[in-house]
Ligand binder design. Structure first.
Ligand SMILES: *[C@@H]1O[C@H](CO)[C@@H](O)[C@H](O)[C@H]1NC(C)=O
Ligand SMILES: *[C@@H]1O[C@H](CO)[C@@H](O)[C@H](O)[C@H]1NC(C)=O
Length: 178
């Protein structure tokens, strides 16, 4: 610190770590312990170990599920819930009014009926292609439960894209090889 060195102790207990500093009061030999923080490590993170090292993994990354109630609900992650404006960490017994999630059924029709009516989950993207050259249409679903269907607009109706050696479906999207 600015005024000298301090001993900071990280004391391991059952599931928690106490962060404590010991202060010497004046000339006296007595010390005062100040608890700075009590970290609930095993409630907050997952640790993965390997011969290479140890990695700390977050238990929830709710923001990656998207910006709509339906996406949050379809994710079916017990750690996450729709709070009325974003997909955030679910905290039990919190007084927040909107806590929308549906782990069992992932049914946004029931959970999100009054939410985000002005937000369209789909996104329009314009992609240009060159004749005889390859074109890639990217679509990576946020949820592993999602299925991607490629449709082509023909005059007044849409039909499913026929895959062959010229048009290939990949994990990242649709590839027109030529
Ligand atoms: C595309 O390929 C066809 C058949 O090979 C050819 O007739 C045509 O000129 C090519 N178009 C362009 C823009 O290269
Ligand atoms: C296809 O696109 C690539 C990258 O834009 C370009 O280098 C190549 O000349 C194109 N080939 C044809 C046949 O247009």
């Amino acid at each position: 610190a600015e005024d000298g060195q301090y001993d900071v102790m990280f004391i391991g207990t059952v599931g928690t770590v106490l962060k404590v500093i010991a202060l010497n009061s004046g000339n006296s030999l007595e010390t005062e312990e100040v608890t700075l923080e009590e970290l609930q490590i095993f409630k907050q993170a997952l640790y993965a170990g390997s011969p290479v090292g140890v990695a700390q993994v977050k238990l929830h990354r709710c923001e990656t599920y998207g910006k709509a109630c339906a996406e949050c609900c379809l994710a079916r992650d017990p750690y996450c819930a729709w709070d009325g404006s974003s997909c955030t960490r679910y905290i039990p017994n919190s007084k927040r009014r909107y806590r929308r999630q549906d782990i069992r059924h992932g049914n946004p029709a029931l959970q999100c009926v009054d939410q985000n009516l002005d937000v369209d989950v789909t996104e329009d993207r314009m992609v240009y292609g060159t004749e005889n050259n390859s074109t890639f249409l990217e679509c990576v679903p946020r949820s592993p439960q999602a299925t991607v269907t490629w449709l082509v607009q023909r005059d007044d109706h849409k039909e499913e894209v026929k895959l062959d050696d010229r048009v290939m479906s990949t994990d990242q999207g649709l590839l027109f090889r030529r």
